[in-house]
Ligand binder design. Structure first.
Ligand code: GLY
Length: 381
């Protein structure tokens, strides 16, 4: 078992990997270029919604989401107990709402396969829909109710994870600045240098959890890492308790009622490089959709507007595992819209690899070197 681990990135994935490695007895340092939870994790709506987020088929990504959802009860309990903080997990269930009869037929196929995978979903008609969600528009004709979906408050989860990491002895280094270089040492281990840290940092194993920024590590480790940021613009409205009871999804947006009197509405999917500003166009679309779905929101001002960068890979699958030929480096990135949900399963796999366990065949689809020509693998030494 490696005992000097450096985790690169203080988002939910990095903190989760650090937490799991530390509680298995490893000595962990986490390095964050800015502030923990400052990027996609802080912007997230915190949905634990494998069914609403995967509507096509039970592929490897969906199965990974489900595996992670099943870990959540114990995971949250352990983080909350250790940190003494609440992640505000709300078992709200979800409603996918349809405005046209024609949208309902394809949903029956989806419901069938999702119920084979434990969704317990049911189709509800207009009257039942409004009983479940009284503020909903009268134009909604049907909904898919999935009681097994839920949400956490992502900034609180990140805060609790960080506190739990510190309690376990993880050294959390924030404001490290830009990555200057990273290299694999010929005798084993790896070294990184950051602009605001004095001198190089050496590690027996490096875990790269740099979200949309993970691509730049590829350059140093001889990998092709096609990962790019997809901006999610998001906003919130004031919200009285119980006004919106479930996570509600439409073809245009989603709404999540948080415990802090906020209704979060997300999210755009736009390409704007590493820009995290919001635009009138992006937020305007959410505001208009909100008024259409919930008439009580029509004309209401947003309370807060923000954006985060989801790490998207070319094939939509995460990068998770050791780099072939460079076992000192593990990647855990590219979780796109599901980083909060996928954090426990990712952390368990990373900790298993750090303990020297073999990678499961089911995870071959996530191999971080899958985009790199075989002849180039291992040339990053
Ligand atoms: N998981 C929701 C989003 O990425 O907007």
């Amino acid at each position: 078992m490696a005992d000097s681990i450096v985790v690169l990135g203080g988002g939910v994935i990095g903190l989760s990997c650090a937490f799991e490695a530390a509680r298995r007895g490893m000595k962990v340092t986490l390095i964050e270029p800015g502030t923990t939870g400052g990027q996609a994790s802080g912007a997230a709506a915190g949905m634990l919604a494998p069914y609403s987020e995967n509507t096509e088929q039970p592929d490897a990504f969906f199965q990974f989401c489900l595996r992670s959802l099943r870990l959540y009860p114990d995971w949250i309990r352990d983080i909350e107990e250790l940190s003494g903080m609440s992640a505000e997990w709300v078992r709200s269930g979800s409603l996918n709402v349809f405005m046209h009869e024609a949208d309902v037929l394809p949903v029956e196929t989806r419901m069938r396969w999702q119920n084979e995978w434990s969704a317990r979903a049911e189709l509800v008609g207009a009257a039942e829909l409004r009983k479940l969600e009284p503020k909903l528009t009268a134009s909604a004709v049907a909904g898919l109710y999935t009681p097994s979906e839920s949400h956490v408050y992502a900034p609180k989860l990140v805060e609790a994870l960080e506190a739990a990491c510190r309690k376990l002895g993880v050294s959390v280094v924030e404001q490290a600045g830009a990555l200057l270089d990273a290299s694999v040492n010929p005798g084993g281990g790896a070294t990184v240098r950051f602009s605001r840290l004095d001198g190089p940092v050496h590690a027996e194993r490096l875990v790269v959890c740099a979200g949309a920024w993970s691509g730049e590590y590829g350059r140093w480790f001889g990998l092709s890492v096609p990962i790019h940021p997809i901006r999610g613009q998001i906003c919130s409205f004031g919200h009285a308790a119980g006004e919106v009871r479930h996570m509600v999804f439409s073809s245009q947006a989603y709404w999540v009622g948080k415990r802090n009197d906020r209704l979060v509405c997300g999210a755009s999917e736009d390409v704007a490089g590493f820009e995290t500003s919001v635009t009138e166009r992006g937020i305007g679309r959410l505001v208009r959709s909100s008024g259409r779905m919930f008439p009580h929101l029509a004309g209401k001002e947003t309370l807060h507007r923000w954006a985060g960068l989801r790490p998207a890979t070319r094939d939509g699958l995460p990068l998770l595992g050791e780099i072939a030929g460079t076992p000192s480096v593990i990647m855990a990135a590219g979780h796109y819209r599901n980083g909060i949900l996928l954090s426990p399963a990712t952390a368990f796999i990373v900790a298993d690899l750090l303990e020297g366990k073999r990678v499961e065949p089911a995870l071959a689809a996530f191999a971080p070197d899958r985009f790199t020509p075989a002849a180039k693998i291992g040339l990053g030494h």
